[in-house]
Design a protein around this ligand. Structure first.
Ligand SMILES: Nc1ncnc2c1ncn2[C@@H]1O[C@H](COP(=O)(O)O)[C@@H](OP(=O)(O)O)[C@H]1O
Ligand SMILES: [Mg+2]
Length: 296
């Protein structure tokens, strides 16, 4: 067994033997508890493995967080379905049965946990970076909003910070630079920003704030460190479900870039674009986005 595999095996066995106690009964508290537990494991994996082999670190982080979350969900919410980025067939709308294709179980479940065990995987593997997160969201069939997200938590372990719908953060105050007519700050992917985002920013006099992880970018909007998060060109439900749950609970605007609703637990989990921003900014940003929508 190589040194790195040994480290990963040791982290796994410590994880399995460590007891996180009894989690909160309510779903939002449970989401926070689960995201925090996975976050602790991820910090441990980073400490144990170091940054010499980024690829191995990413793989070990994804795996450790996924296994822990799957195990705790099976233990504490056994009747619920789970959609995790790290499941083998997570991206498939249909699964191969014996002689036919079958629908994934989650499509007939009334409660589905949509989880991204490690969002911002690239940044997780880079020393000194804190822009990575753990996402836990609960989709329920019985709901009153189009997204049907009834709980969500985003842990940012390297920032020692977790936001969740059990104690929804306060609506962000109008930042001073917005009040005095300063530039809007748009958070965008540091490695895969939408093709149109530079032109969009120029058109509305905005400045771009590159960072990793969809969860961290939406947390920046919730926090008031950015005014908006704009993404297009590809993403999946697990990349946005948890932070969108918190953003909506906070009272922010969250939609597709054409203004339509974000929907979760769809047969095809692709959810390639979104915009999250303060409500006062939404009409202006959506109007500008209309002029930049990628042609289908
Ligand atoms: N064009 C694209 N296609 C598919 N996934 C994308 C994407 N752009 C961003 N993502 C995913 O969205 C998440 C946030 O991306 P970014 O950090 O670039 O803003 C990342 O999730 P993971 O880290 O869970 O893979 C990344 O893989
Ligand atoms: Mg992700």
């Amino acid at each position: 067994m190589g040194e790195r595999t040994e480290t990963s095996a040791r982290v796994n066995s410590q994880r399995e033997s460590s007891d996180g106690g009894v989690p909160p009964v309510n779903d939002a508290g449970f989401a926070r508890w689960l995201a925090d537990r996975a976050g602790q494991i991820l910090l441990q994996v980073r400490d144990e493995m170091g940054f010499a082999d980024g690829k191995a670190l990413k793989a070990a982080g994804d795996k450790a967080a996924h296994h822990l979350m799957r195990a705790e969900l099976a233990r504490w919410r056994p009747a619920d379905a789970v959609l995790s980025e790290e499941d083998d067939h997570a991206r498939d709308a249909w699964l191969e049965g014996e002689n036919t294709t079958v629908r994934p179980e989650r499509l007939s479940s009334s409660r589905v946990w949509i989880i991204d065990p490690l969002d911002g995987t690239r940044e997780f593997s880079e020393e000194g970076r804190a822009d990575w997160a753990v996402h836990v969201a609960l989709w329920t069939a019985d709901c009153s909003s189009p997204s049907c997200l009834s709980a969500g938590a985003v842990a940012m372990p390297a920032q020692h910070r977790t936001i969740a719908t059990d104690h929804s953060p306060a609506y962000p105050p109008l930042p001073l630079n917005a009040a005095i007519g300063g530039p809007i700050r748009i958070a965008a992917s540091r490695t895969r920003p939408p093709a149109f985002v530079t032109a969009l920013a120029e058109e509305i006099g905005a400045e771009l704030v590159p960072m990793g992880s969809a969860g961290v970018k939406i947390a920046a909007v919730i926090n008031g460190d950015a005014d908006a998060y704009v993404h297009a060109g590809g993403q999946y439900e697990w990349d946005s479900a948890a932070p969108v749950a918190v953003a909506l609970a906070t009272g922010l605007h969250a939609s597709r870039i054409d203004g339509s609703e974000l929907k979760y637990n769809e047969a095809d989990p692709k959810l390639p674009d979104l915009v999250v921003c303060r409500k006062d900014l939404a009409p202006r940003l959506l109007a500008a986005l209309q002029r930049h929508l990628p042609s289908e």
